[in-house]
Design a protein. Sequence first.
Length: 233
Amino acid sequence: MSKGPILVVDDDPNLREVVRVALELQHFTVVEAGDGKAGVEAFTQHHPIAIVLDLMMPELDGFEVCRRIRAQSRVPIVFLSSRDDELDRVLGLELGGDDYVTKPFSPRELVARVKAVIRRSEPPPPASSTAEAKRDTTISRGPLTLDFEAWRAFWNGTEVTLTVMEFQLLATLLRAPTKAFSRDELIERAYDGVVVSDRTVDSHIRRVRQKFGSVGGTVVETVHGVGYRLGVP
């Protein structure tokens, strides 16, 4: 796993120190920013492999920081918030966040979640056998194509930009195109077992639908009483 830098953006210096120490104990390097504007500047300067981003900050709030970063990058983002508000959680995830942690939190849990989003963003390891080497790095079904080596998604040849978590969810459905997945199964497979809420899954699925819908695609269908299934015939 890559070891940094990780950008921590929060206006509370004590909290930043707690997060920095926890990450450095796991051999990550850490870059800090004390407000949203400084966070965007630090992102541009340091090109972090993940961002821990507070929602309520001066200058720019976390939502606006996320919007600006998502306009140019799919870097994993873990939101921090002092409010366990469902509207904040849903909006943060629909803007492109990969995870959402409520304050107060366990530093160990936060580090585990950061590791998980980084792990999901990394390309698969090189093939270790001839058979694996011959395996295609792309999977297609109808007009949908996922390139697992480049982490890119296409609909009828048009690229659809997905966050890491959105890509992982769609990849899980595509690998078993006839299976109806419960939310718990999606959490286990797409989120590496990291505990997230059903609302988190729903928010990411909604975002995937919106993105493909903008190019005329329908990729996820709801199976009432169960969960979700790939919607490509």
